[in-house]
Design a protein. Sequence first.
Length: 266
Amino acid sequence: MLIFILIVIFLFVRYAAAENFFVLTVRREKLGSGIKIAHVSDLHKRRFGRENVRLCEKIRAESPDLIFVTGDIVSRTETDFTTAGATLRQLCKIAPVYMVFGNHEQSIPEEILPAFMEMLAGTDAILLRNSSADINVRGRQLRIYGLEQKYSTYKNGSSYRHLDGFTLAEMNALIGIRPDGEVLLLAHNPLFADVYSQWGADCVFSGHVHGGAVRLFGVGLFSPERTLFPKYTKGVYTLGKTRLLLSAGLGKLRLFDPAEVVVYFL
C-alpha cells in the first residue's frame, strides 16, 4: 500500500511539474467564419523557450489575422522587459497585435514603468488604454476597444476585500457609448462581464482568472481576488448578445489547467 501511495505521489508531482514548465496547448473555438484571432493572456514570468519562441511558433502555425494580448504580459515585480519585448516583436511579425494592460501592468512601480513603456514603443503592438482602433479584416470593418478600469477593482490598498465595483456609467465615461458596427472589446477582468454586455460589445476578450488556477471536473476553484469558485474562469460564455471569450492564460502556478493559446474563428 505504501508503495502504491508513493507511486501516486510521484506521478502527481511529475504531472504538476510538466504542466507548469512544459505543457502549452492550443484551444480552438469555431464561433463563425471569416476571421481568425489568436488570444494571448497572463504570460507573467512563464517562459516557453528562449524569448518565448515556442509560444510564438505555436501562434504562427495558426496563421491568425489578428493577435489580442489581454494583459499581464509581465508581472509587477519584473524589472527586465527584454523577453516581453522580444515576444511582442515576434508576434507583430505574424499579425497585427492589439493589447491592453492587466492589473500587473497597472501596478508596475512608477520608477520602473518608463522602462516598460519604452519596451512597448520598440514594438509595433497597439496599446489600447480606454481607446479604440478601426481595422478592416477580410472585408469586415471592426472597431477594437481596450478597457482599463481603476486598479481598486482588483485590489484595495493591500486588501482584496471591499473592492470597488464597475458600472455602465463608468464604462461610458471611460470609452464612450458603443458605436454602430461590429465591436470587439479587450478587457482584462472578466468579472464585470454583465456590464460589458450592457454596454453592447459583440465579443469580449478577457483573462485574469487563470482558469481558476486549479480545475476539477471542468470547474475553476480560485480567483485572483482570493475568492472561491469565480463565476467566469475559462471558455465561451453568452450574456445576451455578447460573447465573453475567456482565456485561462499562460503563466502562474496551475493544476489540471494547462497553459493555453486560444484561437477563435469569428
